[in-house]
Write a new protein. Structure first.
Length: 717
């Protein structure tokens, strides 16, 4: 028999009102039309488009007399419809995933026991198929996918095989991707910028910049993202965000793709387009696995393979078209008007009786396998005819189906995930050494540029902070105008200096607490999909914001320093600026630690609350001499104490001349006397110690935040 080909079948007939027409996409073999089509008497026009036709770019018309006539395969406008193929992606081999006697349990905490989530489930997910994992809430579908993706490894029994061999988890994670339910994207990057970053990180150094651009443009055109190339991710629609999430992971052409509820939050049209895309990706030779929650009948029929779970056990595995006959053989007759997906969910929930264990026994006995051959034959005539050449844009244009994927059962050698002008073998040695396609230095440089761009565009993190520093600086300068050299207003000036320390601390800490948890979702997705290492991300994140913090702090300090008439000496100003910058960096590190350890709600509460003891023991509200002996050690734990002390030394220490006194008597006419009153020394050594302590705290807090991130990643895995 000839190889399966795509043809366009037109059936026409004359009616009293003229020619009527309906259309659908068709796939058939290069042989006479099937009997189902010959028996149609009143069909108007059935048309579809696909390349790889039996005889060039043409179609076949079946007239009312049954004769075959070849017609040009043109669009209604007379132009040929371009077919897009991902020919420039790195070539990847097909991957079949098989799991045997898989069991998983979780600890129930205080009960000191374990709850079994999966109970000895078996199955095989093949390349070239779109597999859906379904089940009621708590059935274990997300757990199963997380295990197959390699995110859950503890309390696990059974084995996972890749192409019949024991899985190497590290290598498998490098050739698979996990696209989460929530589209974790950087909102300040455009579609093209996000794709460029992904290409630079996921494609090795052996691929030139021009070749990366070809890959990017090809993916964007195929997934229908060219119209929003310069649109920020925050402005994309739900369907566009989902396609962008897929496009980012498609850059290095992973042979295995996992999707967690890909249709969640989308309308019916976007759901259909999303599944069209997933099916097209699967037809390209990839293994596409996704969890799905009660799809419509239209969406349900688009799946090739269904794995149904109930109570942690498999109650059906096989082709979608074999589900209804299998249930009928078990005495569960799905009504013709009923959505099979809804019906099998009702069965799994026990609404039609206690059939779960009976179905589990039937599945383990291989009863599902008897429907595979029949359903495959029906799929060639029906499902694949209607859905293998589904459009992705605007109606969902598909990726072209490689030869041999029209009829999966007749394919001896599965196709790879697209052909390639770029061989993936050049990246293998480097990947084996580092675990990532690019070196750590290159990762750091790419992430540094991206972080700087995001920071510049972030209104909360940059623009609002800049405006706040300028406005509050001017306001504070007007309130404490020209008091810096007045001996009668020394306490007011000390309050001004303390407020400067407080303002610098909170403006550096709070934005980080607010924004970093939101960035965490993007970081977790990219890191777990092997884009870059934690070290590269963290160093880039640490270094990128330092210039902005210096500029913002300098703008604030210069305004306040001049308006309040502090001593106009370059040395003293430099000392105050240095302490203010170090205070901002330490506060930002503290905010980074809180933001990494907690979510936004917890961070917003714990961040300000935890600073209260630091402020209380700073030496301004409570004199350090008056603190009880058993609490004398607490001020040394407060970095605000070191900041305020160093600022006071910069202004009033280092043998500053006596202050101006406009009254008859000024108690603090000599600055040294005021420092003694505040229990502070006035020498340079104390200032140096304060600077060293702040630098040490900056390093320690950054290291702590790094290890908190590592722990968070281990929990995710």
């Amino acid at each position: 028999m000839a190889d399966p080909k795509s043809i366009k079948i037109n059936l026409s007939t004359e009616t009293e009102d003229g020619n009527e027409s309906v259309s659908y996409n068709a796939r058939a073999v290069c042989s006479p039309p099937p009997k189902e089509l010959e028996s149609l008497n009143n069909a108007s026009v059935l048309s579809g488009s696909q390349n790889n036709l039996c005889n060039g770019s043409s179609s076949v018309t079946i007239t009312s007399s049954g004769a075959l006539r070849k017609v040009p395969n043109n669009s209604p406008t007379g132009h040929k419809k371009p077919m897009i193929s991902l020919t420039h992606l790195p070539k990847r081999p097909p991957v079949d995933i098989e799991f045997i006697d898989l069991s998983y349990s979780v600890s129930e905490g205080r009960k000191r026991g374990y709850k079994t989530i999966l109970k000895c489930v078996n199955g095989k997910f093949r390349s070239g198929e779109l597999t859906g994992i379904m089940g009621p809430s708590g059935a274990g579908k997300s757990t199963l996918m997380n295990i197959l993706a390699g995110y859950k490894t503890s309390n696990l029994d059974g084995s996972v095989l890749i192409n019949g061999k024991e899985r190497s988890l590290r290598r498998f994670r490098k050739m698979s991707c996990y696209i989460m339910q929530d589209d974790c994207l950087s909102p300040q990057l455009t579609v093209k910028e996000a794709m460029t970053v992904a290409a630079n990180l996921k494609l090795g150094k052996g691929i030139t910049r021009s070749e990366k651009k070809v890959v990017i443009n090809e993916i964007m055109e195929t997934l229908g993202l060219q119209d929003c190339t310069d649109t920020y991710a925050a402005s994309l629609s739900g369907g566009q965000r989902k396609r962008l999430s897929i496009a980012l992971e498609l850059v290095n052409n992973p042979p295995v793709m996992f999707f967690d509820e890909p249709t969640s939050g989308l309308d019916s049209s976007s759901c259909f387009q999303c599944l069209c895309l997933l099916k097209s990706l699967a037809r390209g030779g990839r293994t596409v696995i996704c969890t799905i929650h009660q799809p419509s009948a239209r969406l349900f029929e688009m799946f090739d393979h269904l794995y149904m779970l109930a109570e942690g056990q498999c109650i059906y595995r096989g082709n979608v078209s074999g589900l209804v006959p299998f249930l009928s053989s078990m005495g569960l007759n799905c009504p013709s008007y009923h959505n099979p997906a809804d019906y099998v969910m009702e069965v799994a929930c026990g609404e039609h009786g206690d059939y779960v264990q009976k179905l589990v026994v039937a599945v383990n006995a291989g009863r599902c396998n008897t429907y595979l051959q029949k359903s495959d034959q029906r799929k060639v005539i029906s499902n694949d005819i209607a859905k293998e050449t589904i459009p992705l844009k605007p109606q969902c244009e598909s990726l072209p189906v490689p030869n041999g994927f029209a009829n999966k059962t007749s394919t001896a050698t599965p196709a790879t995930c697209t052909t390639s002008l770029l061989d993936s073998s050049e990246n293998l040695p480097q990947i084996e050494k580092s675990g990532f396609p690019t070196s750590g230095v290159l990762q750091f440089w790419i992430l540094l540029k991206r972080t700087i761009a995001i920071t510049l565009r972030d209104k909360t993190l940059t623009r609002m902070r800049l405006v706040a520093h300028i406005i509050i600086g001017i306001l504070l300068g007007l309130i404490y105008y020209d008091i810096g050299n007045n001996a009668a207003k020394v306490m007011s000036n000390a309050g001004c200096l303390f407020f400067t320390t407080m303002f610098t601390m909170f403006t550096a800490m709070m934005p980080t607490i607010l924004t970093f948890p939101m960035e965490m979702s993007v970081f977790v997705r990219e890191h777990l999909n092997y884009w870059y290492s934690l070290k590269a991300y963290y160093f880039a994140k640490t270094l990128a914001d330092i210039p902005f913090q210096i500029v913002l702090t300098a703008c604030y300090v210069m305004g306040v320093y001049y308006l309040t008439s502090q001593p106009l000496e370059a040395t003293r100003f430099a000392m105050v600026l240095l302490i203010s910058v170090l205070t901002a960096l330490v506060s930002q590190s503290f905010g980074l630690l809180v933001g990494a350890a907690f979510n936004i709600e917890g961070g917003v509460f714990l961040g300000p609350i935890s600073t209260i003891p630091l402020v209380l023991f700073s030496g301004f509200f409570a004199n350090l001499k008056d603190i009880p002996v058993y609490l004398k050690w607490l001020p040394y734990m407060s970095y605000v104490k070191y900041s305020f002390e160093a600022t006071m030394i910069s202004i009033y220490g280092l043998d500053r001349p006596k202050l101006d006194c406009q009254d008859d008597y000024c108690h603090f006419k000599y600055p040294t006397k005021f420092l003694d009153q505040m229990a502070m020394k006035s020498d340079m050594l104390t200032y140096t110690i304060d600077v060293v302590v702040l630098c040490g705290l900056f390093v320690v807090l950054r290291i702590c935040a790094y290890f908190v991130l590592r722990i968070k990643l281990l929990q995710v895995r």
